[in-house]
Design a protein around this ligand. Structure first.
Ligand SMILES: [Zn+2]
Ligand SMILES: [Zn+2]
Length: 345
């Protein structure tokens, strides 16, 4: 099969790779759409390359079931599916408490095993056991189904952020995930303030329904957020970028009793200082959100299938396996919001 294989930083090659074979309890999916995530781009630039190279990236996969391992039940060849990408054990303390994203024995697509930038991908039995293979309606395009994974990560953050109708949510950084936080916060009935320095992204966020869009190079985000919230700050602040200086500078934007969510993954050694007195007397919640649970994923599929969330508005670029290198360049240039690799036409 054709696959985009990563050999190292800045070294991705379109190659012929062996067709995956399902082991007992596994399935193989013929990939039809694979979302490009910020993680894929970061990885390709050499930040946190997987231990086992060469490997295939891509963890936002939708396609058709093409082969079944021994003992698989409830799934048939030809089923149209989208796939939760984390193989969780289902038995550790985290899994038992519904926090599968923190599983002690997790691995997953593009994270220990080959992912979806290929014509076929093997889905291990752990994902099937966690009910992470979700059948999608016949009329739902694969490219929309592939957005269930990033949407599920946004839903996980929405849950942690305790967003209520009428709240003000500040999203710092309007990349693909920042846009998802925007869509979901609006869906929940919140007012959304976007802080983003790239002009094209500010325009895009405004088009998606952001109530206010702030250029942090032209205006002081703190002053602006205070003006918009009668000097109180926002109920939830979510940082959807990785620069610790920006994360630290965003702390004053959160209201007394509010939630500050470090969503984007900062690099190692990202120390920030926090006013402990303020955290105590104002009961601030300082938290993170990482990935999502199978429940978040199923809810994301439901929101996309029912068109409650119009996730397709995020797709700005489509590629093929052959043009995947262009995708990386385009993502780096910050011109792309969400890119999808369309496989097998
Ligand atoms: Zn992703
Ligand atoms: Zn576990």
């Amino acid at each position: 099969m054709k696959a985009a294989v990563v050999h190292g930083a800045n070294d991705i090659r379109l190659e012929e790779a062996p067709l995956p074979v399902p082991e007992d309890g596994d399935i193989v999916v013929r990939v039809r759409a694979s979302g490009i995530c910020a993680t894929d781009v970061k990885t390709l630039l050499g930040q946190g390359l997987p231990k086992n190279l060469p490997t295939i990236l891509g963890h936002e996969v939708a396609g058709e079931v093409s082969a079944l391992g021994k003992g698989v039940q409830g799934i048939a060849a030809g089923d149209r599916v989208t796939v939760y990408p984390i193989a969780v054990c289902g038995e550790c303390d985290y899994c038992l408490h519904g926090r599968h994203n923190l599983c002690r024995r997790e691995f997953g697509l593009a994270h220990g095993i080959d992912g979806g930038f290929a014509e076929y991908v093997r889905i291990p039995r752990q994902i099937i056991d966690a009910e992470g293979v979700i059948k999608i309606p016949a009329e739902l395009p694969f490219e929309l189904a592939a957005l269930a994974e990033p949407l599920s990560c946004g839903l996980a953050a929405l849950r942690v952020n305790r967003v209520q109708p009428g709240d003000t949510v500040v999203v710092v950084g309007a990349g693909p995930m920042g846009m998802i936080h925007l869509l979901l916060s609006k869906w929940r009935g919140a007012r959304v303030i976007i802080i983003e320095k790239t002009p094209g992204r500010r325009e895009f966020a405004a088009g998606l329904g952001a109530d206010t869009v702030i250029d942090p190079q032209a205006l002081d985000p703190r002053e602006e957020v205070m003006k918009l919230t009668a000097g109180e700050g926002a109920e939830a602040v979510i940082t959807s970028l990785s620069d610790p200086r920006v994360i630290e500078a965003s702390l004053p934007l959160v209201k007394k009793g509010g939630v500050f969510n470090i969503f984007g993954g900062p690099p190692a050694g990202s120390l920030i200082s926090i006013d402990a007195r303020r955290v105590h007397y104002q009961e601030l919640t300082i938290t993170g959100s990482f990935a999502s649970t199978p429940q978040d994923f199923r809810e994301a599929v439901r929101l996309i299938s029912s068109q409650e969330i119009d996730a397709g508005r995020l797709i700005t670029d489509r590629f093929t396996l052959d043009s995947i290198l262009d995708a990386i360049e385009r993502a780096r240039s910050l011109k792309m919001i969400k890119g999808i690799v369309v496989v097998g036409g």
